[in-house]
Design a protein around this ligand. Structure first.
Ligand code: NAD
Length: 551
């Protein structure tokens, strides 16, 4: 009978599918559910509240079965985590096409989504959960590291040494925050209401210590700050209670953000609710829970605004907490910016974003070899060198070994082609799956996050992620997905993903060159269209064609 069980991707070079393109999809689906990778594998939940890799265990089994027999000219169709068809296509076509959590506009809210989910008709795919390219907390680590580096550059003379960052949420994504702060030499106090989340981050060396209580956390933080020593401190509790208390007590905080699962009010612990009762309460009384969670988020955001008024650098870290606080009636929720307009947009203009690859062999040595290749390929890129070195020393692999680094248009294709050559030459034990987050330069419409405050006001235009998915299908990606509601929740985002497999064949090389040029190229043209000068010069320099700028 189909039911929860431990899942782990096969390692090595022996294929259980008919080719490496299918084998890669199979291993990456299984890898997303590896207990080392997924937050709640028994529920098929990978990360981000309830972001799932498959709708139910029967669907998971059917996908595995189908991928094992899928031919080189066939494509499996996945509708919200369930395989619904196999069509004859051709060898350039993706082996899997995925559409997750999409709803028609007027129906695109959590209430309707939950109703349909309870009927077994859909699932929440988040971003990389339902598109099988989640690589554990490392996936977000580099983006978070870059964001805190940008905060340091903007306000603290290029380093976080001597500063205290206050944040909450040590889950799949939020767990990257403590390490990203200490990599920038700062001190972080990280609140989570789940003791397991704190223990897990310590186990994976993303978090240094756990404080006994608030006073202890502040003592450890100020001592480390005064000694200009990096330190990350886990603090058990409810952020909606602790932040207002810390503000009232004048806690010496320089930077404030948050990565609780605020995008989904059923995953945010309301004030006055015990963590142990949270899951039952959310299931039994969802409307009541939602209202109390939103009211608590309003208190949480009000304290963040208070810290801003007191001079701290405050930003929303892409979890929609401002939107939820506003729904609860808090009027100043949007007084502080989202992290994309504040720090990331210039990178998006260059087609930069969270490029990543996973070693299907399961061998850490394959990743170490690709790390070396990256350093040789981009000798002039100092921040990439700093990142690869630190990641090599401090990142604990979860599941199949993988690496992430932000690369732009004109760089990703070079890396991808080099990787494919390495597979062809036998420098690596087995092929690589090369993909990215949906939080990328040209693959998402999300007015509270990636497309907040676009220069031309085009924040909610969702044609771009759809074009992105289509261009990746047309360019030869191995699997392509279109999702709704990732990151910021239902009704608030539409986004697309792609993964392309470097199996060492000439055909894979041709596909990789096109996909890894055109996919980040979407970021460049999207930002040219919105009127960004940086994107305009990048397009001119790299020959990215924009018809409205020609003739
Ligand atoms: P997760 O569900 O794995 O973890 C959320 C954590 O928040 C849990 O450990 C939970 O115990 C804790 N939490 C919930 N309510 C709390 C409260 N009131 N006080 C203290 N802790 C509380 O989610 P995740 O994958 O870590 O993602 C976190 C959020 O960040 C999501 O909203 C996600 O969409 C968003 N996100 C942002 C980015 C980005 O780049 N900025 C990327 C991905 C996801």
């Amino acid at each position: 009978m189909s039911g929860p069980r431990p899942v782990r991707a096969p390692r090595g070079t022996e294929l259980s599918a008919l080719g490496w393109q299918q084998e890669a999809a199979l291993r990456m689906l299984q890898n997303n559910l590896d207990p080392e990778v997924a937050e709640h594998p028994d529920k098929l939940v990978v990360y981000g509240g309830t972001g799932k890799a498959a709708r139910d265990w029967r669907s998971f089994d059917a996908m595995v079965r189908t991928l094992r027999t899928l031919k080189q000219d066939e494509t499996m169709l996945v509708q919200s985590g369930r395989p619904v068809g196999v069509m004859q296509t051709h060898e350039w076509a993706p082996r899997v096409l995925i559409a997750n959590s999409n709803l028609v506009g007027d129906w695109a809210n959590w209430e309707e989504f939950r109703r349909l989910e309870a009927l077994g008709l859909t699932m929440y795919g988040q971003m990389t959960a339902g598109s099988w390219i989640y690589i554990g907390t490392q996936g977000i680590l580099q983006g978070t590291y870059e964001t805190f580096a940008a905060v340091a550059a903007k306000k603290f003379g290029g380093t976080l040494a001597g500063t205290i960052t206050l944040t909450a949420g040590l889950g799949g994504m939020g767990g990257a925050q403590p390490l990203a702060v200490t990599m920038n030499d700062g001190v972080a106090i990280c609140i989570d209401c789940d003791p397991r989340a704190i223990e897990r981050r310590i186990e994976h060396r993303f978090l240094d210590v756990k404080a006994d209580n608030l006073e202890h956390a502040l003592q450890l933080a100020t001592e480390a700050r005064d000694a200009r020593k990096p330190l990350s401190i886990g603090l058990l509790g409810n952020a909606a209670e602790l932040l207002p208390r810390m503000l009232a007590e004048g806690a010496p905080v320089d930077i404030v953000t948050d990565q609780t699962s605020a995008h989904d009010p059923l995953a945010y612990l309301p004030l006055g609710v015990d963590f142990d009762d949270m899951a039952d309460y959310a299931t039994e009384k969802p409307a009541d829970f939602t209202q109390r969670a939103r009211e608590s988020m309003a208190k949480h955001v009000e304290a963040m605004v208070g810290f801003m008024d007191a001079g701290a650098e405050v930003f929303d870290y892409g979890n929609s907490i401002r939107g939820e606080a506003q729904l609860a009636g808090y009027g100043r929720a949007f007084d502080f910016p989202g992290f994309v307009p504040a720090y990331i947009r210039p990178l998006f203009c260059e087609g930069k974003g969270p490029f990543r690859w996973a070693a299907l062999s399961g061998e850490a040595s394959d990743i170490h070899r690709t790390d070396k290749a990256m350093l040789e390929l981009f000798p002039e890129n100092e921040s990439l060198h700093r990142w690869i070195k630190m990641a090599g020393e401090r990142v604990h692999f979860q599941g199949l070994p993988a690496r992430i680094c932000w690369l732009g248009q004109g760089e990703r294709d070079k890396a991808g082609e080099r990787f494919n050559d390495m597979v062809a030459r036998g420098d690596l034990v087995a092929p690589l799956a090369i993909g990215r987050d949906h939080l990328d330069c040209g693959s998402v419409a999300s007015p509270y996050r990636e497309t907040e405050a676009m220069l031309d006001g085009s924040d909610a235009i969702a044609d771009w992620p759809l074009l992105n998915a289509m261009v990746n299908v047309a360019s030869g990606a191995s699997w392509v997905s279109i999702h709704h509601g990732g990151g910021v929740g239902m009704g608030r985002s539409i986004h697309a993903g792609q993964v392309t497999v470097a199996d060492g064949t000439k055909l894979a090389g041709e596909k990789i060159r096109r996909v890894l040029t055109n996919d980040p190229g979407m970021g460049v043209i999207r930002h040219v269209d919105a009127g960004y000068d940086i994107a305009e010069s990048v397009a001119a320099e790299r020959g990215v064609r924009v018809p409205m700028r020609e003739g």
